[in-house]
Design a protein around this ligand. Structure first.
Ligand code: AP5
Length: 222
């Protein structure tokens, strides 16, 4: 029998390290990384009407309306690479209505990872974050500085990465997180995200390894 691919959701406050951990997870597990925020930023780049509308909400740190986000994520999850290799869904669902829509479309995660990070650390991570537009790699001026001067010179900052904006994003997160968690209670694993990238990944890796072992054991006993 062909093994079902893994379906993983990762959630957490702004700058809790979702994108960073997703890079590490996809490297090891070969899942397709589907990030709602990245899909929205790509839409903004195209200059479309949906992109323009999305940006208005993102600048205020609010959730972009479902009619824009739900279809966007659904289309990405239905692409052949996600269907074949499994997916790692980052930053979605962020509200009860998004979680419900996903369920109605038949998308069911095997595990829901919640990164928990204290608020003062979140702010420091946001203001120091930089992105490499060439490779897409996420840097931090203090915690993961660029390797060369050439990279340092081309780094960019996100338009919503200021202390003021992250507070708005945090409020939105607090308003919605409990409702989303209630949908995935029985498959949620809480990870302490305050430590180093490597230590956080070790916890996630352990949880995914356990999950795969449990699956294997239950398929063998059938
Ligand atoms: P989105 O792009 O998803 O932003 P976010 O949730 O605010 O999360 P971030 O991308 O800021 O952080 P992250 O957790 O990925 O952290 P990272 O790994 O980069 O969403 C943006 C906006 O889009 C939303 O505000 C909303 O408007 C809209 N949107 C998105 N999804 C939506 C949805 N489903 N519905 C409606 N609207 C939606 O790490 C941060 C920094 O910390 C980096 O510099 C990194 O190097 C550093 N770092 C990471 N881990 C560590 C560590 N362990 N130790 C030290 N430094 C670390």
């Amino acid at each position: 029998t062909v093994e079902e691919p893994l379906h993983v959701m990762i959630s957490g406050a702004p700058a809790s390290g979702k994108g960073t951990q997703c890079h590490l997870i996809t490297n090891k597990y070969g899942l397709v990384h589907v990030a709602a925020g990245d899909l929205l930023r790509a839409e903004i780049e195209t200059g479309s009407e949906n992109g323009k509308r999305a940006k208005e909400y993102m600048e205020k740190g609010q959730l972009v309306p479902d009619e824009i986000v739900v279809m966007m994520v659904k289309d990405r999850l239905l692409k052949p690479d996600s269907v074949e290799n499994g997916w790692l869904l980052d930053g979605y669902p962020r509200s009860l209505s998004q979680a419900t829509a996903l369920k109605e479309l038949g998308f069911k995660p095997d595990i829901f990872i919640l990164l928990e990070v204290s608020e003062d650390i979140l702010v420091e991570r946001v203001v120091g974050r930089r992105l490499d537009p060439v490779t897409g790699k996420i840097y931090h001026l203090k915690y993961s500085p660029p390797e060369t001067k050439e990279i340092a010179d081309r780094l960019t900052q996100r338009f919503d990465d200021t202390e003021e904006k992250v507070k708005l994003r945090l409020n939105t997160h607090h308003q919605n997180v409990e409702a989303v968690l209630s949908m995935y209670k029985d498959i949620t694993i809480k990870i302490n995200g305050n430590s180093s990238q490597k230590e956080v990944f070790a916890q996630i890796d352990g949880a995914l390894t356990t999950l795969l072992e449990q699956r294997k054991a239950s398929s063998e006993s059938m």
